[in-house]
Write a protein that binds this ligand. Structure first.
Ligand SMILES: NC(=O)c1ccc[n+]([C@@H]2O[C@H](COP(=O)([O-])OP(=O)(O)OC[C@H]3O[C@@H](n4cnc5c(N)ncnc54)[C@H](O)[C@@H]3O)[C@@H](O)[C@H]2O)c1
Length: 441
């Protein structure tokens, strides 16, 4: 990624050049080649078992993900943090240190700010695992570079906001598999008991053949951050990232991808096409996001998904998934609402509770266990496909055209990330899509 250092950096990042590289658990060929130190004492052997974490993106979810990992795993330690803003690194250190004093050791010179502070974490041979929890637009670049640096990765969703980012993710997935390094993504519902058991029931025929599904992620709104006079275009958009499509991907990718991912899981593959519509009624001026979008997704086997996402104050919320089969109906509630199956007459025949808090931790247990077992999980492709499914729906709604999976995977040239991004960059004024006028590229 071509980015230049944030001029607001108040201290030069310290490049870590430690020659004593730690022996990697479940190490890749690439990572093993980087690890030369021979450990002899039992104390050193114990240290080898410790997994050292560097966090990139120290906002709400970054702090949450680090906390989840430190909660559920033994012998893990947060040792470095990077964020656009130095104060956010400090918040991360303080929050994690307060909850887990024995699992946090972040020296002042291991906190890096600015647009390329993350590179210092990737350069640090003492770090085994990086958490990539920035705004989504950076994700493909950060994942790609982290894999190239031989790191194990936890990467939040969505994996990408455009087809160009999707292709980068596929390449990173393959490289991680070749390196034997892990990539676990923030699609926690894949590890939530009521989701896992519901998909199992469906696979075992409890509702017969799947005919169609309805999935909704509808809420009453999302945050908006105001501009202050001294902010450049780039600084403001990075700060108010949710409302700029190159950074968030719009609601359907940023938030509703959770339910799209669940539907791809249930259906067994991404859809073949999307036909979407929607609009923008209540967003603040300066937001590029739509506030409602409905997409008909067609899956292989003539199975249809009716998908809606909405963030409109005063509207009725609904967050969940319903799968209709020839013999029954499966309800998979989001958050911690559980799952249930009824027959076609409405009689309940199966239920299962599930906790999203447990799922948030389980993904970090699975990640660390997989590293220690020498069988690192690599699941980026699956989440990149779900992210691209969301993007395909958005592209269809924005343009007013039916869009196929073949088009988005093979032909689309859409690449939203600004070239030569710096902290002072002038960026195009926010604009929102208009179906019929916005071109499909
Ligand atoms: N899995 C989930 O349930 C879940 C929940 C919330 C958020 N998320 C995802 O987590 C990600 C972060 O969301 P959030 O709510 O924490 O947002 P946030 O705004 O609270 O935090 C993002 C942080 O990243 C930093 N950042 C941005 N660009 C950076 C860069 N290039 N280098 C270093 N730091 C950078 C920002 O300064 C900010 O501190 C998003 O992708 C979001 O979709 C997932």
């Amino acid at each position: 990624m071509n980015v230049q250092q944030n001029h607001l950096s108040d201290q030069s990042p310290t490049l870590q050049t430690s020659a004593s590289r730690r022996k990697f658990l479940g190490a890749s060929a690439a990572a093993t080649a980087l690890t030369t130190m021979v450990h002899t004492s039992s104390a050193r052997a114990e240290e080898e078992l410790e997994i050292r974490i560097g966090a990139v993106g120290c906002g709400g979810r970054g702090k949450g993900a680090v906390n989840d990992s430190l909660n559920i795993n033994s012998r893990v330690k947060l040792v470095a943090a990077a964020d656009l803003y130095a104060k956010n690194c400090d918040y991360m250190r303080r929050a994690a240190g307060k909850a887990h004093p024995d699992k946090v050791d972040v020296a002042d010179d291991k906190m890096y700010d600015g647009l390329d502070g993350y590179k210092r974490i990737l350069d640090d041979k003492n770090i085994d695992l990086v958490f990539l929890t920035t705004s989504p637009g950076f994700r493909p670049y950060h994942v790609q570079e982290a894999v190239q640096a031989g790191k194990h990765v936890f990467a939040e969703k969505p994996s990408c906001v455009d087809p160009a980012g999707y292709r980068m993710c596929l390449a990173a997935h393959e490289q991680a598999q070749a390196n034997h390094t892990a990539i676990v993504t923030g699609t926690q519902y894949r590890r939530q008991v009521n989701y896992i058991e519901a998909v199992k029931q469906i696979r075992e025929g409890a509702i017969g053949d799947i005919v169609s599904a309805v999935s909704r992620y509808c809420s009453t709104g999302i945050w908006f951050r105001n501009r202050t006079p001294e902010m450049s275009d780039a600084e403001y958009q990075l700060f108010n990232w949710m409302h700029h499509i190159w950074l968030s991907g719009d609601q359907i990718a940023e938030q509703a991808v959770h339910n799209i991912d669940a539907m791809n899981w249930v259906m067994g593959s991404p859809p073949v096409s999307a036909y979407g519509s929607g609009g923008r009624f209540t967003r603040p001026e300066g937001s590029e996001m739509w506030d409602s979008m409905s997409v008909d997704y067609e899956y292989p086997g003539n199975r249809m998904l009716s998908f809606t996402c909405r963030q409109i104050p005063g509207s009725e919320g609904d967050n969940g998934n319903v799968v209709y089969g020839t013999k029954g109906i499966c309800y998979i509630g989001a958050m911690s609402r559980g799952s249930r199956i009824t027959d076609r007459a409405g009689n309940e025949i199966w239920t299962q509770a599930g906790s999203i808090a447990d799922a948030y931790e389980q993904e970090h247990k699975d990640l660390v266990d997989s590293i220690r077992n020498g069988q690192p999980i690599v699941e980026l492709k699956q989440t990149a496909e779900s992210s691209l499914t969301a993007v395909m729906g958005r592209m269809s709604a924005y343009t007013g055209q039916k869009v196929s999976w073949d088009f988005v995977t093979q032909e689309s040239q859409l690449d939203l990330f600004p070239k030569d991004l710096t902290w002072d960059s002038d960026l195009p004024k926010p604009q929102f899509a208009v179906p019929g006028a916005t071109k499909l590229v």
